[in-house]
Design a protein around this ligand. Structure first.
Ligand code: ARG
Length: 731
């Protein structure tokens, strides 16, 4: 480097440091702010669209092709999907549609194992309760909310906030069929309004066999290099007027305002990529005080409890095909986050995340002390105090979620509490209709509960988890009933589980339905499940909730001040808010990485790797014969890369998290190049901190998706619906 360039270099470095430059890849940006915050940077990175073409409140734009998958409420989505045809065809992940596929499966029609492909629209399968929602527009309402809250006490603020929110939503949705919701950002320092259109008829169109859609199973989950064809197809139907309508045979495929063209061009290292979707939640502002509790207390507890539950489930799933199908989705869900917490803790240690946070916090404190603002300067010590005073309650809450409610019979029983209370208070003319409705609802949910249920699994799990609660949690926080049970059963909670399953009305569908035919509060009162739950609630209301809610409020208030301070301290830095299931855009590039010293991972994988990993009849690494034959003959047709292989997956440095699953990966022209489905092992701390060196987004190459649809499923008619963009000759 000569002197001159060194000077320029120092200048650039100083500028970068001074402006608190955020690396292009980091950040989950709000679509309406892209113009102001990101457009220039994105263009420099390879984007050829305008911000208006990505998000527009008036004209059709990219955002109109992005649909959140949920259960009716557009403010929370379990996954993302995107329109890829003018007939409402939606692409999402296999693991996002897993539950739907399972619901349509039986031992005879095992779509999980064999895949499912509707031959025509009339064969597409409705999924009750599943909705797809699209963002109509969003608005910053921070000023109005703050004005309304100005000068009020904390208690009054909480009440007023709800009032203002309802008022704003009503104003913006009046006379429309849209749904509105408001979310707070930066820990209550900003508020945004979202208006969505929620479609109610979403059908399953196609899914590959699990040996493609879940290839690699839990062993490969959260890992690169990856060879999973994690995709499925759905379709949105609407009423004849194009508006959302509940399922009906008369509904017609939705014509979305925008659908994504599909690129056949493939990706190169360094290519621009953006991911558009609904990331669920991140905690990037979490302090070392909170992370200490996660690392040392709650994560290890979650890992331990899930490990037990999984092994007991697997034991029965391996013996019995019906149990295997019934528990497929539950098992995948529990094991997904089991591995997540293991990876997160390993990452926290390896990347010294907590130490790095401490350094940042020290710097913050110096600034805050100089700010002469008490809220800012006391924020960290308040967080320290609130977290350390609530460790016991945090652990208890984990055991409540993962141990007590890891028992399905206890969780199921808990859904009868409201009925129990209502019956006990007395049924009269006035509330008879309400009670009847409650009973009808419980009948439906009971039916669903027992459809995917094995009492053997649950009995084993219940006994084991209650025993773990008994030994791991400080006696002063035990529900009274535990000591009695331990006494009566010589400390053997499996024995007690037998008692529950012999005597409870909730042990079998028959008994539950019989109870619901003639619901009697005295029966519930004597039921061992309800007795157990009532004892748990007793200690919860007396000892846990009062303390933990004080601590939670303290954390929330201190976080609001800490983040407000941080935003002022680093004024020049462009912050993005934590993920909260609102629509976000992340942009970056196709990029390889080195997982550890001496090892370099390529940015793409091919079908060769499927053959390498293939283990005949294995639960995780089996692969369809037809696929392996095509790998042998290398006949990939138009889906082949120009290197002649079939690319299966690729990685980018896009910033994503759970909820982004199923999100489109889009090139600089706005065309679909892949489908995001996972994060990588080396960056499992990604929800807490973005690590530029390691954080990658794992995607299925869109050409592999098309190949599977065309060559394996024989569903070329679906490809015909799409708008394929081919490479220009010579390119
Ligand atoms: N890790 C993926 C995610 O959280 C889910 C993958 C599901 N696959 C599985 N083997 N459990 O989005």
């Amino acid at each position: 480097m000569n002197k001159f360039s060194l000077k320029i270099f120092t200048l650039i470095l100083a500028f970068v440091m001074f402006t608190g430059y955020t690396h292009a890849d980091e950040g989950m940006w709000l679509p309406m702010l892209v113009k102001r915050l990101n457009e220039a940077d994105m263009k420099a990175n390879g984007l050829r669209l305008t911000a208006e073409e990505i998000y527009s409140g008036n004209n059709s734009s990219l955002k109109d092709a992005i649909f959140g998958l949920g259960y009716g409420d557009p403010s929370w989505n379990f996954c993302t999907s995107e329109a890829i045809s003018s007939k409402g065809l939606l692409l999402t992940n296999h693991h996002c549609a897993f539950d739907m596929i399972q619901n349509h499966s039986s031992v005879k029609n095992d779509y999980l194992t064999d895949g499912f492909w509707a031959k025509n629209m009339s064969e597409e399968l409705p999924n009750e309760g599943i909705t797809a929602s699209v963002l109509v527009k969003m608005e910053d309402i921070t000023k109005r909310v703050k004005k309304a809250l100005d000068g009020l006490s904390l208690d009054d603020q909480a009440v007023k906030l709800e009032e203002v929110k309802a008022e704003i939503i009503a104003e913006h949705t009046k006379g429309t069929h849209y749904k509105g919701y408001i979310k707070d950002f930066f820990y209550g320092n900003e508020y945004y309004l979202f208006i969505s259109e929620v479609f109610l008829d979403v059908r399953l169109v196609g899914a590959p066999p699990s040996s493609i859609g879940k290839f690699g199973g839990d062993t490969d989950n959260w890992m690169w290099p990856r060879h999973t064809g994690d995709f499925s197809l759905l379709r949105i139907y609407a009423g004849k007027d194009g508006k959302p309508a509940p399922y009906s045979v008369d509904n017609v495929p939705l014509k979305p305002k925008h659908s994504l063209p599909v690129s056949m061009k493939g990706v190169q290292e360094g290519d621009f990529s953006m991911v558009f979707g609904f990331p669920g939640s991140t905690q990037r502002f979490k302090t070392s005080y909170g992370l200490d509790v996660d690392y040392a207390v709650t994560n290890p507890a979650r890992i331990k409890l899930r490990e037990k539950r999984l092994s007991l489930m697997k034991e029965q799933m391996d013996i019995d095909a019906k149990t295997r199908i019934a528990y497929a989705s539950k098992y995948a869900g529990i094991s997904n986050y089991y591995k997540y917490f293991i990876g997160q803790n390993a990452g926290l240690k390896r990347l010294k995340t907590i130490d790095k946070k401490r350094v940042e916090e020290k710097e913050y404190q110096v600034w805050a002390d100089g700010s002469k603002n008490e809220a800012y300067s006391t924020a960290l010590s308040r967080l320290d105090k609130a977290y350390s005073s609530s460790v016991d309650y945090s652990l208890w809450s984990v055991y409540l979620q993962e141990a007590f409610f890891g028992s399905e019979i206890l969780q199921f029983g808990a859904s009868f509490i409201q009925l129990q209370r209502t019956l006990a208070a007395g049924v009269n003319e006035e509330n008879q209709a309400q009670v009847d409705a409650m009973i009808e609802k419980l009948k439906t949910s009971s039916k669903e509960h027992f459809e995917e249920y094995s009492a053997t699994v649950d009995k084993n799990v219940t006994g084991a988890l209650l025993g773990m609660f008994y030994t791991d949690i400080d006696k002063q926080y035990h529900p009274d009933i535990l000591a009695r049970i331990a006494g009566e059963n010589g400390g053997d909670f499996n024995k007690y589980a037998n008692v529950i399953f012999e005597n409870s009305a909730f042990a079998t569908e028959e008994k539950t339905m019989k109870f619901l035919e003639n619901p009697n509060p005295e029966v519930l009162e004597k039921d061992p499940v309800m007795q157990f739950i009532s004892s748990v609630l007793g200690v919860y209301y007396a000892k846990i909730r009062p303390q933990s809610s004080v601590a939670n409020e303290e954390v929330a208030a201190a976080m609001k001040d800490y983040v407000a301070g941080l935003l002022i301290k680093n004024k020049k830095k462009t912050y993005y808010p934590d993920a909260n299931s609102s629509l976000r855009l992340s942009y970056g590039n196709v990029e390889d990485y080195s997982p550890k010293d001496g090892v370099q991972y390529q940015y793409f994988t091919t079908l060769e790797g499927v053959a390498e990993k293939y283990v005949p009849n294995d639960g995780e690494f089996d692969a369809p014969k037809a696929l392996l034959e095509m790998q042998m003959s290398k006949e990939y047709g138009k889906y082949a890369d120009k290197d002649g292989t079939l690319h299966v997956g690729f990685i980018t440095n896009n910033d994503i998290t759970g909820g982004n699953s199923g999100s489109p990966v889009i090139n600089g022209n706005g065309e679909l190049i892949g489908l995001a489905f996972d994060g990588n092992w080396e960056a499992m701390t990604g929800d807490l901190v973005y690590d530029e060196q390691y954080k990658r987004c794992i995607n299925v190459d869109i050409r592999y998706v098309l190949f599977c649809i065309d060559k394996l499923a024989g569903a070329a008619h679906l490809i015909d619906e799409m708008n394929l963009v081919r490479a220009k000759k010579g390119k």
